[in-house]
Structure formats: structure tokens, C-alpha cells
Design a protein around this ligand. Structure first.
Ligand SMILES: Cc1cc2nc3c(=O)[nH]c(=O)nc-3n(C[C@H](O)[C@H](O)[C@H](O)COP(=O)(O)OP(=O)(O)OC[C@H]3O[C@@H](n4cnc5c(N)ncnc54)[C@H](O)[C@@H]3O)c2cc1C
Length: 275
């Protein structure tokens, strides 16, 4: 029986790093790919710090020589203060020197990956939210989107924490961690304590992550394992006596959110706050 023609061999839902990487991998192998991203513009979101192990992946994706402009800082390891005295955890190294992690500015990095995908022939539909699944004879036949149907036999769900396809198909996806509440924001200024490497300070209630993500710009994120009595971020500033104190970030500045079994972040406003 002749195979029915479809709009694309693969449709990827989500234009984050996972979706762009999947689209690049498929297009590199000669498949016709459509990528649907519901957001209109480059997304500004957390997730800047990446392990040096990402570098071979960037080679495979064909962007290794293009990422320089998206790197805000590099670091050879992480300062950890959790269950013991503050210690430095290095990534390691080889004959060429220490391996260094990267602070990738997400809006720029994500846009770079999408541009690479388009260069390889991926058709980017943006803004284009996937809204439903098309079925034919009990088999997946494509997607319904905000701008019309797309027929395909393969859908890659790269919708991140939305887990859109699993929800659309009502496929159970149990929580794989305890309930977390995460809040973050950015501070402009100068704080040498965090310039050589990010800091992770934790205890039984959660952890605080502080990192220089761009020159003179620090990200601070507090993740709570249980909802604290107060969700003010200043309640979670590092416990080190010599650590900088952020100006209190009130609930007006930082929205909070929580989801069972996963963390979900809401942007805070940028504040000038490092003392
Ligand atoms: C506070 C915080 C800090 C973090 N810090 C780090 C870090 O330092 N380092 C690190 O490696 N990771 C970090 N992460 C995790 C990192 O952000 C995620 O792992 C990463 O963004 C996942 O990428 P992704 O492509 O899977 O999903 P996402 O980046 O979430 O992309 C999913 C995309 O799908 C789109 N989408 C969703 N539903 C639909 C739909 N129905 N139709 C079309 N498009 C849709 C969304 O708009 C979005 O653009 C952090 C996460 C949080 C919450």
C-alpha cells in the first residue's frame, strides 16, 4: 500500500535546547523537520550554567565555533557548601589544562541553536503552539497547532516541563523528585567572592545557587524542598558570614511558583543589590 504523504518526517514541539538539538540531529540525517515553538521571541530564561561536557555535543551540532558570543563567563569548577565545610569541586582536566564550565546566556544560545536548525533546512514555525494530536486508524497522524494542522508520523516532545505530548496523549508521567519551589533573580554589581566559580550552598531545606553569568551580572536562585514560612528570597541568602547580602527581594519583585515533582521558575526583575 502506498504511504500517504505527510508535511514533515518529524515535527518537534518546543524550541529550547532539546528541541533545537533534536531538529538539528534529524535534519543532519536528511529528514524533513518542522519545529513548532509557541513563544514569539527569543526566550529569556534561567539555565545558564553548563558542564564542560557539553562541548563535544556542540561540535556534533555544528555550533562549537559560534558560541563564543553567548558565553558570559567560564569556571573550572563549583564552590560547594553542603554537609561540610566549603570546598572546591573541580570539573577535572587533561593535558591541555583544566576543563571549564560555561555560562551560556539562554536567549542567545537558544536562538543560535534555532538558527543552526534553520540553516539545515528545518522549518521553524514561531509562534506556533501545538494544541492537539491528530490520530488516524489509532495511529498518530500529526498535530493540530494554533496555525493549522501538520501531518507527520513522528513527533518529538521537547516542550520541557510542560510535557505537552504526554499530557495530550494522557500518558502518565510520574513525578521523579519531591516537590520543589524555586525562585531566582539577577543582580548587577561586583562581587569577587563569586567571580572565580559559582557557589552552591545547601542544607536540609533546600539550596542557593549564585553564579556570575555575565560581566557584572550575577544570578541567584533559591530552591526550596518544602514551602518555607516566608518565600522572601532574602530568607535564603547564603549563610556564609562574608557572603554578600542581596537587597531583600520582596514578593512584588519575584513571583513564586511550585509544581509537584519538578521546579518551575518565574523571572524576577533585575535589581542592583550586591553590597
Ligand atoms: C531556576 C532554574 C535554573 C536552572 N539552571 C540551570 C543551569 O544552571 N544549567 C542547566 O543546564 N540547566 C538549568 N536549568 C534547567 C534548564 O533550564 C532546563 O533543563 C532546560 O531549559 C531544558 O531545556 P528544554 O529544551 O528541554 O526545555 P525548555 O528550555 O523549557 O524549552 C521548551 C520549549 O517548549 C515550548 N513549548 C512548550 N509547550 C509548547 C507547545 N504546546 N507548543 C509549542 N511550544 C511549546 C516552550 O515555549 C519552550 O520554549 C534550570 C532550571 C531552572 C528552573
Amino acid at each position: 500500500m502506498a504511504r500517504r504523504s505527510v508535511d514533515a518526517d518529524v515535527v518537534v514541539v518546543g524550541g529550547g535546547p532539546a528541541g533545537a538539538a533534536a531538529a538539528i540531529a534529524c535534519a543532519t540525517r536528511g529528514l524533513r523537520v518542522i519545529l513548532c515553538e509557541r513563544e514569539r521571541l527569543g526566550r529569556d530564561r534561567p539555565g545558564e550554567t553548563v558542564h564542560p561536557g557539553i562541548e563535544p555535543l556542540m561540535e556534533q551540532l555544528g555550533v562549537a565555533d559560534r558560541v563564543a558570543g553567548t558565553i558570559g563567563a567560564r569556571h573550572p569548577g563549583i564552590w560547594v557548601e553542603w554537609g561540610g565545610p566549603r570546598r572546591f569541586e573541580a570539573f577535572g582536566g587533561d593535558a591541555s589544562g583544566p576543563w571549564r564550565g560555561l555560562q551560556l546566556w539562554r536567549a542567545d544560545f537558544d536562538a543560535l541553536l534555532l538558527a543552526r536548525a534553520c540553516e539545515l533546512g528545518v522549518k521553524l514555525r514561531q509562534p506556533c503552539a501545538a494544541t492537539g494530536v491528530l490520530m488516524r486508524d489509532g495511529m498518530l497522524d500529526g498535530l493540530q497547532t494554533a496555525v493549522g494542522p501538520i501531518t507527520t508520523r513522528i513527533v518529538v516532545d521537547a516542550s520541557g516541563q510542560t510535557r505537552w505530548l504526554g499530557r495530550a496523549l494522557e500518558v502518565a508521567s510520574p513525578a521523579r523528585s519531591m516537590r520543589l519551589i524555586a525562585r531566582y533573580g539577577y543582580m548587577e554589581g561586583s562581587c569577587p567572592l563569586y567571580d572565580d566559580a559559582p557557589s552552591l550552598v545547601g542544607d536540609e531545606s533546600g539550596w542557593t545557587w549564585t553564579a556570575l553569568v555575565r560581566p557584572k551580572l550575577y544570578q541567584m536562585g533559591a530552591t526550596f524542598i518544602r514551602r518555607p514560612a516566608s518565600l522572601r528570597l532574602d530568607a535564603a541568602t547564603p549563610t556564609r558570614p562574608d557572603a554578600p547580602r542581596a537587597q531583600p527581594w520582596s514578593g512584588r519583585d519575584l513571583a513564586d511558583d511550585e509544581q509537584g515533582g519538578r521546579s518551575r521558575m518565574v523571572h524576577g526583575r533585575r535589581r542592583r543589590g550586591i553590597a
